[in-house]
Ligand binder design. Structure first.
Ligand code: PDD
Length: 282
């Protein structure tokens, strides 16, 4: 097992990988990325991540990056690492150029892939649920693009950590969007509610699988705006994300959600999600 990096076709150990200081990813955050993980030697929901990546590339006019090449680089870097439970990250930037806001379509993009050990999750987050704090929506207006520009997310995450919470969830004009690095759901009157897709949220891969799990369990799903008051009054609430799957939210800004313990429907969704992972039903 070895943590590996791929940079434009060159595979090395992580610490031996370098890119130019003139890379537009470094200078402008001019690029897009994905994070996937593997369970027991198998990359989970990889095709969904590739599809989202292709969409992000298109949205920033980077669609001359060959998806065949990206697929091969990701799969081969992961395979060479031989890490059963890995976090696999990849990003494409517009490449190396003079620092000029205007860009040349002919600049050769930079592709970076890393395969590392998945970090250890805190098991109590899954069993006991997590706390979140609210944060004003300070990100840009196209967070559906999985871009390298994550300052708003980092500032909110820092506020969450300072408050001893797991996550910050964004509120815009009283209406919820999503977490700093997670998708957000509530359960109200037996229905699952999460924001509709659009420029205001990242279309989470885990979010999509969990919506399918809800359908399989016969749970009604509403894709629509909901407010901070709805979150505070919810029967249950949860976060989803690639690294952990499903976490119940038991506290928002110091106020208990529902009974203050993980609720029945979130537990069922969590269980069904992990069943799908173990069955490889992506
Ligand atoms: N974050 N919303 C935001 C803003 C995110 O950054 C993420 C993922 C999600 C969940 O998406 P998915 O289910 O596809 O992981 C929602 C990743 C893990 C990251 O940036 O590290």
């Amino acid at each position: 097992m070895k943590e590996l990096a791929h940079v434009n076709g060159v595979v090395t150990e992580i610490d031996d990988a370098y890119i130019s200081i003139n890379d537009r990813g470094l200078q402008f955050g001019d690029g897009v990325y994905e994070v996937a993980r593997s369970y027991d030697g198998r990359l989970w929901a990889l095709e969904r991540h590739f599809e989202r990546f292709e969409r992000s590339l298109k949205e920033i006019w980077l669609d001359h990056v060959s998806m065949d090449y990206v697929r091969k680089a990701v799969v081969e870097t992961y395979a060479a690492s031989r890490i059963p439970n890995a976090l696999v990250y990849w990003q494409a930037t517009r490449g190396v150029s003079e620092r000029d806001y205007a860009f040349d379509d002919k600049t050769k993009p930079t592709l970076i892939v890393t395969a590392r050990h998945m970090y250890t999750l805190n098991p109590t987050h899954r069993t006991d649920g997590v706390s979140v704090v609210t944060h004003s929506e300070i990100r840009w207006a196209r967070v559906d693009i999985k871009s390298l520009n994550l300052l708003g997310n980092m500032i909110a995450k820092r506020a969450a950590r300072d408050a001893g919470a797991f996550e910050a969830v964004f509120v815009k004009d009283g209406v919820m969007t999503e977490g700093a690095s997670t998708s957000l759901f509530i359960i109200r009157d037996g229905e699952l509610v999460t924001r509709e897709e659009g420029h205001h949220i990242l279309p989470g891969v885990t979010r999509a699988v969990v919506i399918e799990c809800a359908n399989e369990l016969g749970l009604n799903v509403r894709l629509e705006p909901y407010t901070l008051d709805d979150l505070l009054a919810a029967d249950e609430a949860m976060l989803t994300g690639t690294t952990f799957g499903v976490y119940s939210i038991v506290n928002v800004d110091g106020k208990a959600i529902g009974t203050g313990k993980p609720g029945r429907l979130v537990r069922r969704l969590d269980q069904r999600y992990h069943e799908r992972v173990h069955e490889g039903r992506e």
